[in-house]
Ligand binder design. Structure first.
Ligand code: NAI
Length: 345
């Protein structure tokens, strides 16, 4: 399969009794063991799951390289459906992760709760469950801290203070809600949307956020659009009309087509690459897994400096930030080196 041709390994797993199919992709382990969470999603076909897991694993490799973390990219996905034996599916993934013997460390992603990760941990030690005191801590908080740091650097680039900055957060789940908390504390004005009305209501109540209907999120003017739901929120058409000055969120693979970043760039909309902004969980996870270090959010906050340097280089070279970031990451992957950040590229 062409789209997986740059992956070291793609494995399809089945457990007939659990009516479960899952896929694990190890993209690139030249810099260190693969890191990446488990996504459970209702993919229409196995091919869709394979292309998603490969794209997500590739993004993890670039994320590691850009964050200067000595790890590589991997990911697991479970094909969700109404008859799935959920615990059986997570055990299927857990057994496969254990068989990999430390070549792949996994953790949360969309559709995977702490309870699911506890199930995985009955089969393998190579999983971060998020349980207090037992690993790298609350990964959603680490991710939100990174996104907030990147967003602060973006605000500086846009010459707008965080206080009064109008931010639309699409998806107020684990990461989106924590991001809202940080932005609220910094005095930003929040607009939120979620397909779960209940979750949106929580953000409205806790942070005075204005709730938007999910389809209004791309047309309501704001300063920064923060996609924190699923990927592919921005295609060429959306890029052409998104009423924002910047984009910075947690959602992986936010661009639905290849020319969306240049369309935004041509309009002067500054988009921070997702794989730079959302590296927080990876940083604390890899620190813990590879060096036994306890979570240090100060290391995550360094994403702000990396973002500033990247946005400056993008301005200087008049190229979309994601293009510059991919180039730096791919050079580092090819070199197999775990050192450096954007500034030293
Ligand atoms: P989550 O599942 O806790 O939250 C996602 C939220 O988005 C849910 O509340 C869901 O109802 C909502 N949603 C789904 N489709 C939507 C739509 N079309 N419009 C509005 N809301 C919608 O997931 P989590 O952990 O908060 O992750 C969010 C994103 O960040 C995902 O794309 C994930 O891959 C990415 N990410 C998460 C990390 C983590 O540490 N949890 C690490 C790096 C990336």
């Amino acid at each position: 399969m062409l789209e997986s041709s740059d992956c070291e390994e793609v494995t399809v797993l089945r457990d007939r009794r659990a009516r479960a199919v899952a896929v694990i992709a190890l993209h690139d382990t030249r810099r260190g063991p693969a890191h990446g969470g488990i996504r459970r999603f209702a993919y229409p076909r196995l091919e869709d799951a394979v292309s998603d897991v490969v794209a997500l694993a590739r993004a993890m490799s670039r994320k590691c390289a850009l964050a200067g973390v000595g790890a590589g990219g991997g990911k697991a996905v479970i094909l969700d459906h109404p008859d799935l034996d959920r615990a059986g599916a997570y055990r299927l993934v857990g057994r496969a992760v254990e068989r990999l013997g430390g070549r792949f460390f996994t953790g949360p992603d969309v559709g995977t709760t702490m309870a699911d990760l506890q199930v995985v941990s009955t089969c393998t030690r190579y999983v971060a469950t998020g349980a207090p005191g037992s690993g790298p801590g609350d990964l959603a908080v680490a991710t939100a801290t990174g996104v907030f740091s990147a967003l602060a650097a973006l605000a500086e680039r846009l010459d707008q203070p965080l206080a009064g900055l109008r931010v639309t957060v699409q998806g107020v789940g684990a990461v989106g809600l924590e991001l809202c908390a940080a932005l609220h504390e910094a005095g930003a004005e929040l607009l939120v949307s979620d397909v779960s009305a209940e979750r949106a209501a929580v953000a409205a109540e806790r942070f005075g956020a204005r709730v938007l209907a999910p389809d209004a999120v791309l047309t309501e003017p704001c300063d920064v659009f923060a996609p924190c739901a699923m990927g592919h929120a921005i295609d060429r058409d959306v890029a052409d009309r998104l009423p924002a000055r910047g984009v910075c969120g947690a959602a992986n693979n936010v661009f639905a087509d290849t020319d969306a970043p240049s369309v935004l760039h041509a309009r002067g909309v500054v988009a921070v690459p997702d794989f730079l902004a959302n590296a927080g969980a990876l940083i604390v996870g890899a620190d813990f897994n590879l060096e036994g270090r306890s979570p240090d959010l100060a290391r995550v906050r360094r994403i702000a400096a990396t973002t500033s340097e990247l946005l400056e280089r993008s301005r200087r070279e008049d190229r979309p930030p994601i293009e510059v970031a991919r180039e730096i990451a791919d050079e580092r992957l090819a070199a197999g080196s775990s050192r450096g950040n954007v500034g030293s590229a």
